[in-house]
Write a protein that binds this ligand. Structure first.
Ligand SMILES: [Zn+2]
Ligand SMILES: [Zn+2]
Length: 122
């Protein structure tokens, strides 16, 4: 079991299993939503994830198509990336929110054609 929390601590969650893998997404929407060169998400089964506090503080934004991005409405921490309509069984959670570590393979890289210009050597 793993635990995580947002920057202000209002939102906390736990997961029942190790995430399946970590995805680094370099798309422009992830860059903006995370305020970073790319978003690192732990991809896990929806059924393994639950909020332990602050679920009512989680706001969501429909960034494109059926994709929903959620965040803490107090501190702005990015939390979920999900597409409940097309992939209800999967959930991507910002890895940086985890307060416990887990074993992970080398992350999968997505949309590397949009790698941030300020990270050219990365
Ligand atoms: Zn927060
Ligand atoms: Zn992305």
């Amino acid at each position: 079991m793993h635990k995580g929390s947002c920057l202000c601590g209002a939102v906390t969650f736990e997961t029942k299993q190790d995430p399946e893998y970590i995805s680094n997404c370099h798309c422009n929407m992830c860059q903006k939503h995370h305020g970073a060169a790319y978003a690192s998400h732990a991809v896990l089964r929806s059924e393994d994830f639950s909020y332990t506090s602050g679920a009512e503080e989680v706001s969501s934004y429909n960034s494109s198509g059926t994709v929903i991005r959620t965040f803490c409405r107090h501190c702005g921490s990015s939390i979920e990336w999900k597409d409940p309509q097309n992939h209800p069984q999967w959930l991507s959670i910002a890895v940086a929110l985890f307060d416990t570590t887990f074993k992970a393979e080398i992350p999968k890289e997505f949309h590397t054609e949009h790698k941030a210009w300020w990270m050219q050597n990365h």
